[in-house]
Write a protein that binds this ligand. Structure first.
Ligand SMILES: Cc1cc2nc3c(=O)[nH]c(=O)nc-3n(C[C@H](O)[C@H](O)[C@H](O)COP(=O)(O)OP(=O)(O)OC[C@H]3O[C@@H](n4cnc5c(N)ncnc54)[C@H](O)[C@@H]3O)c2cc1C
Length: 209
């Protein structure tokens, strides 16, 4: 594998309607071209915090806020992908639910309305015939982490249950909404189902409801 550093993508080459190459350059000059079969694009990994810093807000890997999304400036709140909210997972959460939840939360506080119900962070995406869903925050791999794959009832369905020191931290699923919903419920209730049960395909997830 070769990692090309210090260069950007100037353009893409298309052959017969499909991406066939990537032109590398500095935006105005093409320096080289490499052919490819598949193009994988990674977007939004780094937060843009220049505006926040110019406004005097504390920021690092995101704009720092307290649990209520208030920044160090009492008149400025921050929500969404760019925010590292204290006590809300200690990572920036990049999902539509998180952005919408933050908006509901501060709107409710501003208007003295009931706060939205707390939920485990969740994410979904439809990729062709696959429905990807996840709840909770997937722990970084370590010797304290155990991940259990569980085949679902429908053909091709699967869920992965991640435990950190025996505590359930996340459930990810492919075409397995039942595992996602029940796993999310467990996370929100603070339940950690026995790993042997989860690993057993005959175990009825419904019994965890
Ligand atoms: C390719 C892709 C696929 C994704 N798929 C999913 C998915 O399937 N499910 C899911 O849950 N999440 C998905 N996400 C993540 C989801 O889109 C984000 O978590 C969500 O949009 C974050 O909302 P936000 O309001 O924080 O930021 P954004 O939606 O990015 O909104 C920020 C807005 O601020 C504007 N802006 C930026 N700078 C300035 C400025 N200086 N002045 C004025 N306006 C400015 C931008 O133009 C933009 O409109 C995906 C993201 C990407 C990139």
């Amino acid at each position: 594998m070769t990692i090309h550093k210090g260069c950007g993508v100037s353009g893409l080459s298309v052959t017969d309607g499909a991406i066939s190459g990537v032109q590398l350059g500095d935006g105005s000059n093409v320096r080289s071209e490499m052919s490819c079969d598949i193009l994988l694009v990674g977007i939004g990994v780094l937060p843009e915090i220049a505006l926040a810093e110019a406004a005097g807000l504390d920021a690092g890997n995101g704009i720092l806020t307290d649990y209520h999304y208030q920044t160090n400036d009492a008149d400025i709140y921050a929500i969404g992908d760019n925010v590292l909210a204290e006590g809300r997972g200690d990572v920036r959460i990049e999902s539509i639910h998180n952005a919408q939840y933050g908006a509901h939360y501060i709107a409710a506080r501003f208007t003295d309305s009931a706060l939205p119900q707390e939920e485990a962070p969740w994410f979904w995406s439809d990729q062709y015939d696959r429905k990807l869903q996840s709840a909770g925050l997937v722990p970084a791999p370590s010797e304290d982490v155990v991940q259990i794959s569980r085949t679902g009832r429908k053909e091709g369905s699967l869920s992965v249950w991640s435990y950190h020191r025996g505590v359930l931290r996340s459930v990810e699923s492919i075409n397995d909404p039942q595992a996602y919903i029940i796993g999310k419920g467990c996370l929100e209730k603070g339940l950690s189902p026995a790993m042997d049960d989860i690993a057993n395909p005959a175990f009825e997830l419904k019994s965890l409801r």
